[in-house]
Ligand binder design. Structure first.
Ligand SMILES: NC(=O)c1ccc[n+]([C@@H]2O[C@H](COP(=O)([O-])OP(=O)(O)OC[C@H]3O[C@@H](n4cnc5c(N)ncnc54)[C@H](O)[C@@H]3O)[C@@H](O)[C@H]2O)c1
Ligand SMILES: [Zn+2]
Length: 417
């Protein structure tokens, strides 16, 4: 195999198949048949370089001779389309489509678009949908794979930093609906995810910083050594498109991916526990994304949530000055804004009940208690006054005494398409 290494975490729990037990009496309290049904699905994550080089057989091996539908983000189609098509030239029947969707149009319509193309090309039951792109592409394609014929396999080749360390390796996928972020989705683990940092060389700087936020998230709550590596190399990597120093690029992506998968593996379908460290940065961020009309990117909103959660922890005496400073400085150094001028404490507080519903009855707000450690706060710990004062402290840090609107340009509104 071409310069590829399996990441050792295989989160798909290997379970037995279905078990059936039948009751012999017609007792209203007992079901007539009890069917224990569990999936037996492994999810492999492999790191490689130059995934679509003609001599790199990894992705073709993943197809194992099956026909496939390859779904590409527009930029991927533009930058890598011919190379990807050449790569599959001698493979089985591989068809292609470009998914022209952004965060603002990451909806069920996009899912239907992929399933219709899958039906049009006659994708068979065991044939995969292969997403090659950012999180929008892998989310829509994963959900389409879960729905087409009630579920076909899918493979991910993430091409953004968010994709490499988060969206492309996770077990779930979702689209936005109404004004709700990631409102409709499934847990449908990919069969295989292929991680290739070479794609990052063409990613715009804003998108790299956006992805760095997801890595900072992980470092802060559970991986102090990763935080130290980021402190040393993070900015150089963002400036060089994750090309230099290449060892640090590989180490950071590998460490972040393994750390993420280790968290997911113990609660893959999120039914065992609703206190998830990887929810750090994901409590206030959905509101920021939606309220900004998606002009604030996912990772940028995560960065603001990290800053606010850390500031809350500091205000409550859970995080010392020096650690708060290290977290905020790292975000700022990456060019990530700490807060969004359109944000109001009242509006933010109003969204928390729906987060409580999603987390099965409590907020479980993840806050750092040091670099590499965290704890969970309940809904009762978070008052609107606490949100207001923490947000005001961050605004003062960002804007000094100026009105927030003066510095509104801290968050760029240009799209990454
Ligand atoms: N399912 C999950 O577990 C999960 C986890 C994290 C994030 N997400 C979702 O992922 C999405 C964000 O993903 P994203 O940040 O990858 O955004 P994205 O998919 O919108 O991609 C960002 C931009 O980069 C372009 N692009 C992709 N690869 C490129 C490359 N190699 N070179 C140049 N341009 C390239 C895309 O065409 C797009 O314009 C959000 O919708 C978020 O909700 C999902
Ligand atoms: Zn995220």
């Amino acid at each position: 195999m071409w310069n590829s290494r399996d990441i050792e975490v295989t989160p798909g729990a290997r379970c037995s198949g279905s078990q059936i037990s039948a009751s012999s009496t017609l007792d209203d309290a007992e079901p007539v048949v009890r069917l224990a049904s569990r999936l037996d699905r492994a999810h492999h994550v492999t790191m490689t370089r130059d995934a679509f080089a003609p001599g790199n057989t990894l992705v073709r091996e993943c197809l194992a001779g099956r026909d496939a539908l390859v779904v590409m983000s527009p930029s991927v189609h533009r930058l890598y389309g011919p190379r990807i098509k050449d790569y599959f030239a001698d493979a089985a029947d591989v068809r292609f489509m470009t998914l022209r969707r952004t965060e603002a149009s990451k909806s069920l319509d996009g899912v239907v678009e992929v399933t219709e193309r899958a039906a049009a090309v006659g994708l068979r039951r065991t044939s995969p949908i292969v997403a090659v792109g950012g999180g929008v592409c892998t989310d829509i394609s994963g959900l389409a794979a879960a729905l087409h014929r009630r579920g076909v396999p899918h493979l991910n080749v993430p091409t953004t930093l968010v994709g490499l360390v988060d969206a492309g390796i996770g077990t779930k996928n979702a689209v936005n609906h109404g004004r709700r972020k990631s409102a409709l989705g499934t847990f449908h683990p990919p069969e295989h995810t292929v991680l290739d940092i070479d794609f990052l060389g063409t990613l715009p700087r804003r998108q790299l910083a956006n992805g760095l936020a997801e890595i900072i998230k992980l470092a802060v709550v559970k991986d102090r050594p990763l935080f130290e590596i980021l402190t040393r190399y993070g900015m150089r990597l963002v400036d060089s498109g994750f090309r230099k120093p290449v060892r640090a690029a590989e180490e950071i992506v590998r460490r972040a991916a393994v750390g993420m998968l280790a968290e997911l593996a113990r609660n893959q379908f999120e039914i065992a526990d609703f206190r998830r460290k990887v929810d750090f940065g994901h409590t206030f961020s959905p509101h920021i994304e939606v309220a900004s009309g998606h002009s604030v990117l996912h990772g940028e909103a995560v960065a603001m949530d990290i800053a606010l959660s850390a500031q809350i922890a500091h205000t409550l005496g859970l995080l010392v000055d020096a650690d708060l400073e290290r977290i905020l400085t790292m975000l700022e150094a990456a060019g990530l804004a700490l807060t969004w001028p359109g944000l109001s404490a009242d509006a933010l507080a109003a969204t928390l009940p729906s987060i409580v519903e999603h987390r099965n009855g409590d907020l479980h707000l993840v806050v750092p208690t040091g670099i590499g450690t965290c704890e969970f706060l309940g809904a009762d710990d978070i008052s609107t006054a606490l949100l207001r004062s923490s947000m005001a402290t961050l605004t003062r840090r960002t804007c000094g005494d100026e009105a927030p609107s003066v510095r509104r340009q801290t968050v760029s509104t240009s799209g990454g398409q």
